[in-house]
Design a protein around this ligand. Sequence first.
Ligand code: GLN
Length: 304
Amino acid sequence: MDFKEIIEEIYLNVKNLDDKGKVATYIPELENVDPENFGVYITTLNGFKFGIGNYKDKFSIQSIAKVLSLNLAYQLIGERIWERLGVEPSGTAFNSLVQLEADNGIPRNPFINAGAIVISDILICNLKNPKEDFLAYVRNLSNNPELNYSEKIAASENEVGFRNIALCNFIKSFGNIKNDPTEVLDFYFNLCSIEMTCKELSEVFLFLANNGFSVNSKTSVLTKSQSKRINAIMLTCGFYDESGDFAFKVGLPGKSGVGGGIIAVHPNQYTIAVWSPKLNEKGNSFKGMRFLEEFTTKSELSIF
Ligand code: GLN
């Protein structure tokens, strides 16, 4: 399979599309990005690597980091995690509050904000120095000691984080947040602020294509069964109320972020990261979605 040729061809097609998306502005600092950025990077398990466009530029990975925090919490407390949150698609927006009242403060899944805030609470309970330890975990997975939070973006989100503050306090009222909401939110805003390039993102996530074994850190990050489960949640919940659409059009587990990044995983084959900051109305990268749809269609490779 000549991935290089396919990627080059699709990249040009999608680059020239009339992008109907808009850069996220509800976190003021996210606006400071060139909306025309567009990068792609693929890493295969058999050693092929290829990038095009702005694949070496760092961007805010935002909700993509929720997969990494889920991984660490899953490693630390195992199946007990599912006492605190579910694995059902929510069918609602990433920052929605509506289901929590009926569900007694148990978020539907770990990738909506409510679920990622509960995961943040679990990590604070189980890590000595939560922010430092989480960053060390991600650096180890990437074999890159330079990865970092963006203090600017975390602070910017904190200033306007009224919905997340509401979510955290509301969940706490049901007893499903154990720590001080201010501390939980500080951790959550920081984890969302981590910056990576498409290349780094694709490399960090390779363990999910490799049955939980990280080539970078040379350790089993997850068991085979856990890795299958994380991929399943990415497939069913990774794009909020557009998850069905992504599965239908792309056919791979994936996760998006409001910084415009998307990571997609083909178990036993590759990971591919795409970045284009303009988002569709569901909060997912307009060009990123289109690129991946064409990529699995042209390569005729997906999990289905
Ligand atoms: N930090 C963002 C928020 O909580 C993450 C959202 C996203 O990337 N979908 O709103």
